[in-house]
Ligand binder design. Sequence first.
Ligand code: ACO
Length: 321
Amino acid sequence: MTKNAIILGTGSYLPENCVSNDDLSKRVDTSDEWIFTRSGIRNRHIASDDQATSDLALNAANKALNAAGVNADDLGGIIVATTTPDLTFPSTAAILQEKLGVTSQCMAFDVQAVCSGFVYALATANGFFKSGMSKPVLVIGAEKMSSILDWNDRTTCVLFGDGAGAVVLGASDDTNTGIISTHLHADGRHAEMLCTNGGASSNKQVGALTMQGKEVFKFAVAAMASAVVEALEENDMTPADIDWLVPHQANIRIIEATAKKLNMPMDQVVTTLENQGNTSAASIPLALDHAISNGDIKRGQTLLLEAMGGGFTWGSALIRY
Ligand code: ACO
């Protein structure tokens, strides 16, 4: 029987080590002024050497399970969106399942869509509810981006950070609440514009992130805008029906351009990138948990999540919280 996926609880985690733009300027030829003006970023959190992505995910997951009042052993599944898995295999979700102490043998798998990963994972989880899933599902975006950065490349290393955000989804019979619709896209012709130069079956390396910043910027502005317009049109809504835009946190200028396209004031847009940087798949659930925890996002409000990332991938999710 078809169910709707509703958000029961959220949680997030940022590593202790906070690195400022000034700290980075001691390492590469850059400045707080350049980074902040071009991206809106001032600080990012960097995981320690002995913290893997599953450890970041574990902290966020425990908080989300606690907020949802759900026992890990009662989960019907664990989906982790990440582009920085602990290992090539098994999945970070399977490793996390063990760390959470889950013995129920629920499904666990990773989703790889880079910065759009969390929206892809939400859509995937929603599909399980649509086909009758009745148990809660843990959906996480978790990244240790610091492990795939070239720390001598000032054009990329200043933009990213580490962290994890989690939501626990539950089943509801009310079709007017929870995840209303999701919209996913990809265009692999642009893969080289944003990628790593390594992989298990190519050169047996993890590789480092490379990016053609200007081209990514242009594509991101267009893709994010089209993803939000698509979500609104498909639901017969206008921007006035949206209480909060929760965008992927890549660059404040991209976020502002999307808000402008929607004619939405920036005080209805959740922004966390100033102190987190771009945490890839973790950025949307981190932003969501931030705005829910501080009381900005309230029950009953309508949220529009949108993301764009390597692939290229992009997409949106319309949620009644
Ligand atoms: N500090 C100081 N100077 C720098 C730095 C730095 N960290 N990085 C580059 N520069 C220099 C460049 O070398 C260049 O110098 P030149 O003119 O002498 O050649 C100058 O600054 C301008 O560089 P541009 O690349 O033209 O700067 P731009 O205004 O395009 O901003 C940026 C660069 C911030 C990367 C922007 O293009 C951007 O945000 N792009 C999108 C990035 C993004 O969102 N990526 C994530 C996508 S999500 C995912 O899937 C990972």
